[in-house]
Design a protein around this ligand. Sequence first.
Ligand code: F6R
Ligand code: MG
Ligand code: MG
Length: 378
Amino acid sequence: MGKVTVSLIKADVGSVAGHTTPHPKMIEAVKSVLSDGTKKGIIEDFATARCGDDISLIMTHDKGENNEKVHKLAWDAFMSAAEEAKKMHLYGAGQDLLAEAFSGNVRGLGPGAAEMTFEERKSEPVIALLADKTEPSAFNLPLARIFADPFTTTGLVIDTRMHAGFIFEVVDVKEHKKIKISTPEGLHDLLAFIGDITRYAIKRIFSKDNSIGIAAVVSTEKLSLIAGKYVGKDDPVALIRAQSGLPAAGEVLQPFAFPALVSGWMRGSHWGPFYPSSQDDSNPTFFDGPPRIVALGFHVRDGKIQGLEDASKPGEHILLDYFKDSSWDAVRRQAMEVAIYIRRHGPFMPAILPPEELEYTTLPEVRKKLQDKWEEVD
Ligand code: F6R
Ligand code: MG
Ligand code: MG
């Protein structure tokens, strides 16, 4: 078995009555383009998914990361969905397709991409994490807990292939630089950076066991920086390989039992708790949120996707929707308590982000309008 690439590419290209959910016709449009791409041999296999107003394309192929043909296929799929959205006059139709035409690679054009290439193991479980109403650094805390906290991942203590720890690749999104930090020895250095979620985002995590390679990857595109202005949020996605020398599926999911506060809720300008939900329950209906996290499990098998396929839906991959389970109800209740509590602050900090992190602000105009009204303090 050669190397396989999993490409998870996502975009918000329009939704129904607010920033809520794509229309089923948009999903159909995306599937039709991807199934053509499969027939043409551009990709080996695909599944589609969604979290809130974002559509995710999960594709397997042998062409490596940043491949022009694969990215063009994803771009065409989103264009086709955007056309459907435009016909129906849906909200934000085409919003993440920032360029007039595709030019080689979706990075920098608007869609977010998390891609990983690895040698397929005998059984290859993968978990896709899809988030809405937040930004890539929202994954910093859960990823640190999954791959560097033995109180979350007992495997770090008792699995010989994990005992040496993991290597984290961190991106400085403002300087466009990256650094590799090895844990556990570099844990405190790592936390010094990634605790600042305004600037640092975990991009990749690698196993120290050479037979395994990459363990996790996050989309770290910052839409607001790409466009130079607010055009929609960079709601992130991540791929994590699990089991057999990597964190177990349960260790990957456990950090989401804490509804951590993440930034990017409502108008990209508020803090809110991560609310674990199924795909179907991911419509952001409370103050455009709270920020959602969906976790989907599948296998990569001989370069293709293996999920919970259902004979009544031929040709469709059905992924394991982890947070659909009732064991997450208690977390959802806690997340809503936090959401309602923080909303009582209205437009006051700490409910809203500091001025430089707001997606947009009227402050310069208000300052200008009232600049002559200020008087000396007595
Ligand atoms: C978008 C989002 C929403 C919007 C809000 C205002 O993903 O999070 O909270 O920011 O609904 O949208 P506009 O300015 O388009 O009316
Ligand atoms: Mg949106
Ligand atoms: Mg979104």
